[in-house]
Design a protein around this ligand. Sequence first.
Ligand SMILES: *Cc1c(COP(=O)(O)O)cnc(C)c1O
Length: 433
Amino acid sequence: MSANAPAPETGNAVQVPTHWYNIQADFPEPMPPHLHPGTNEPITVDDLVGLFPRALAEQELSTERYIEIPQAVRDVYQIWRTTPLVRATRLEQALGTSSRIYLKYEGVSPVGSHKPNSAVAQAYFNKEEGITKLTTETGAGQWGSSLAFAGALFGVDIEIWQVAASYESKPYRRYLMELYGGAVHSSPSELTEAGRAILAATPDTPGSLGMAVSEAVEVAMKEPAARYALGSVLNHVSLHQSVIGLEAIEQLALAGEDTADVVFGCAGGGSNLAGLSFPFLRDVLTKDAKTRVVAAEPVACPSLTEGEYRYDFGDFSGMTPLLKMYTLGKDFVPDPIHAGGLRYHGMAPLLSHAKHIGLVDAVAIAQDKAFHAGILVARTEGIVPAPESTHALAAAFDYLGQNDRDETIVIGVSGHGQLDLPAYGGFLETYDR
Ligand SMILES: *Cc1c(COP(=O)(O)O)cnc(C)c1O
């Protein structure tokens, strides 16, 4: 090695955050509490223990501003975090915009999305409390593969109910879940009472996340050493995802930007957008930042833009706590669109509250428009975005088409689409070059 080989630059690199940020500490008015489905009273930590380990139950109800990330979790985050914040100059040129576009790219994680940010934390806290098995649901397979990966690292068995439509159309994700050691069932299944009841009533159902949640919750409630893990929607999941926005703010500062003018993200259950945007909203609520946040959802599952803001169950059978959220109703079964991760009837209560009090706007994006946006990003920046993420990109491009104002734009690219190429392939058949 040459004597004057350059020393690695560590001085100005952004580090993995040491704490998660909890927006509940800073809301001007508190979020409506989750309610116990039996009593309609606000839920307590003790009510949630049994379904979740105590540490996660406490995080779910916490109003502490910062919660320390255990060292063992940070050590795993180090495998892929910090994730890139890419200044997309070629994309800017292609769009002909005077704004600066930054892509916060979560596709570099082992499974290719933001979901391990919470899966790793959940597996860790369960393991710490002696839990040996986690049950869960998955749509496109992103959450299932994230939890299977996390379970492999911490020695927790993972059993997954995958929405039937995705189980059939996305076998690669199932292979990935099985490769990491997870057991995977198509939902609805014959293995649970909930699944058998649904199949008896609607034998040809493509399944839904709500149905798969019912099956996973049922099994977790029956087995003493098993607990349930949810990949989105709940407060503790949004909390874990805050590493995305905390990093992005530091990375923007290194790039010479004070803050973002507008943050875009796709919203299925709301966790990646919550994670990216809440640290920016912290600065809106506690400093005088003016960042606006836009949630992009599919026209086929428009909970924020067309749903009602009311209490609803997180699952199809009504076993979860009642959550105050924008919802299409727990019985809503969306068409089987390609963005499987965006097919959930409700929206994270934290993100719903943020929308309700005017901190977040929402738009609904048609599937074709989303794929167009994904192809443009692939052809300019090389990133093949997940079908979910393309909704955020399309929403941002619409905005930039109408507002050319020299702004700083941050777009959450929640995952890569390299296991979703059949979906792109179908679209490319009708695509004009
Ligand atoms: C699961 C998933 C989503 C949707 O979930 P949120 O909780 O809304 O973030 C978005 N993008 C990708 C890549 C996903 O895997």
